[in-house]
Design a protein around this ligand. Structure first.
Ligand SMILES: [Zn+2]
Length: 175
């Protein structure tokens, strides 16, 4: 009865993805830093996630199911569960990858200069586990003017279920 939406989303474990089953560090609430060797990561991540998160790969453009998604919710790091972006900062950049103009918080992302392939770019990584996510460019929309160009493979999306449910069921809760 007295549950707030925060504790509610923590106790409702309906997520049954491979990434959460055998990955010991995956958590959407634990913000402590993750420091694992590539060897350990290789054991717990699906091959496509590993290739981008740990080997700084890039998925083919226009292949992410999130690229055109307008669902309301939160995007998490697929490697460790760290919250990264909110759907209301997502925009259609036309670049072929899911794009956002602002991370969920300052510490959710870390930045590094990337001068590979003869380009001067800024790499963005997960602030919790240092998974490679993509790059940030300065041709985004207001208010930030930034475009976080992110590989959809390294994103986990969760719809804002609590709000949706409340709306549909008039706030009633089953226990
Ligand atoms: Zn992460």
């Amino acid at each position: 009865m007295q549950q707030c939406s925060y504790s509610q989303s923590n106790t409702t474990k309906k997520i049954t993805m491979d990434t959460t089953k055998k990955n010991p560090v995956y958590s959407r609430t634990d913000s402590s830093k993750v420091n694992m060797s590539d060897e350990e990561w290789r054991k717990v991540l699906p091959a496509d996630v590993y290739a981008i998160a740990r080997e700084k790969g890039t998925e083919r453009p226009w292949t992410s199911k999130y690229e055109n998604s307008h669902d309301v919710g939160t995007y998490y790091c697929a490697a460790c569960g760290n919250p990264l972006f909110k759907s209301d900062t997502k925009f259609e950049s036309g670049c072929g990858w899911p794009s956002f103009y602002e991370p969920i918080s300052k510490g959710s992302i870390i930045y590094a200069p990337d001068n590979t392939y003869g380009m001067t770019r800024t790499e963005v990584m997960c602030g919790r586990c240092k998974a490679h996510l993509g790059h940030v460019f300065d041709d985004g929309p207001p208010p930030t003017g930034l475009r976080y160009c992110i590989n959809g493979v390294v994103l986990d999306f969760e719809k804002a279920k609590a709000a949706e449910k409340k709306y549909k069921e008039g706030g009633e809760q089953k226990q």
